[in-house]
Design a protein around this ligand. Structure first.
Ligand SMILES: NC(=O)c1ccc[n+]([C@@H]2O[C@H](COP(=O)([O-])OP(=O)(O)OC[C@H]3O[C@@H](n4cnc5c(N)ncnc54)[C@H](OP(=O)(O)O)[C@@H]3O)[C@@H](O)[C@H]2O)c1
Length: 227
């Protein structure tokens, strides 16, 4: 498939690398190709500067958000949560219309230091803001509750015996994404939380996730639902 990842950070790099390895044609979208390739500072999670990563992945094209939106059949929003609406506006409403957008972003506000707070919660969510701003986009919230390395390799934690919530208004889009995550990444326990308002719950998992990472001293963990 033609996959477009919007976002050049650790999540964008990890998703793109894994999907290209699996045989998909992958492009990554950014604000400015030249500025992103000129960066020399590593990412906050130790991921390499984009140019160094790109040299290891020559088949993955770096393009503008708009070109990525045109080229992708399925899109992933892996942009900073506070910038996701701006990034999607740059991608272009018409280019996004009718496409599935897997929203991986979290509305984290680091402006007052650690731990971050959420810019939106309880009665709204980033995914709902995206769905309202782009009504013709088929938004599926998924993968935001785990670290990037776990997103693409759930088996790395407890043999993959843990859960991934998804939600969205479009049942067919959700079914496509669920199958995609199973077949490409090996997710076993995907739980459908219903419509896009389920993103209030999954985005509000971040405060506990971040505190747990501080205690466990690793991002390689996930939650498991036991009945
Ligand atoms: N890190 C994880 O393991 C993890 C796990 C779950 C969910 N998430 C979520 O996934 C998303 C991506 O995380 P990340 O750590 O890979 O990267 P990030 O640093 O949160 O975001 C990087 C991306 O955001 C874009 N961006 C920043 N400001 C922008 C603006 N004003 N307008 C348009 N685009 C802008 C950047 O564009 P340029 O390319 O132009 O610089 C870049 O592509 C975040 O929402 C994060 O909360 C992360």
């Amino acid at each position: 498939m033609n996959i477009a990842i919007l976002g050049t950070g650790m999540v964008g790099q990890t998703l793109a690398g894994k999907l290209a390895e699996s045989g998909h044609t992958v492009v990554i979208g950014t604000r400015s190709v030249s500025e992103t390739l000129a960066r020399t500072v590593p990412g906050p999670f130790g991921n390499p500067p984009f140019k160094a990563w790109k040299e290891q992945h020559p088949a993955i094209a770096l393009v503008t958000y708009a070109e990525a939106a045109v080229r992708g059949e399925i899109l992933f929003n892996a942009t900073s949560g506070g910038a996701s609406i701006a990034a999607l506006k740059a991608a272009g409403e018409a280019n996004l219309a009718g496409k599935i957008l897997v929203d991986v972003a979290n509305p984290l506000d680091f402006s007052k230091g650690m731990p971050p707070s959420l810019t939106v919660c309880n009665t709204d969510s980033l995914a709902e803001q995206i769905q309202r701003s782009f009504p013709d986009v088929r938004v599926v919230k998924a993968l935001n509750t785990v670290n990037a390395l776990v997103m693409v390799n759930p088996a790395a934690v407890g043999g993959g015996d843990h859960f991934l919530p998804v939600c969205g208004n479009d049942a067919a889009a959700k079914a496509t994404v669920t199958e995609f995550l199973k077949s490409n990444f090996g997710w076993k326990h995907i739980v459908d939380l219903g419509d896009i308002t389920g993103a209030r719950a999954t985005e509000m998992m971040l405060p506990i996730w971040i505190r747990l990472m501080g205690v466990l001293k690793t991002p390689m963990f996930n939650f498991k639902v036991v009945q």
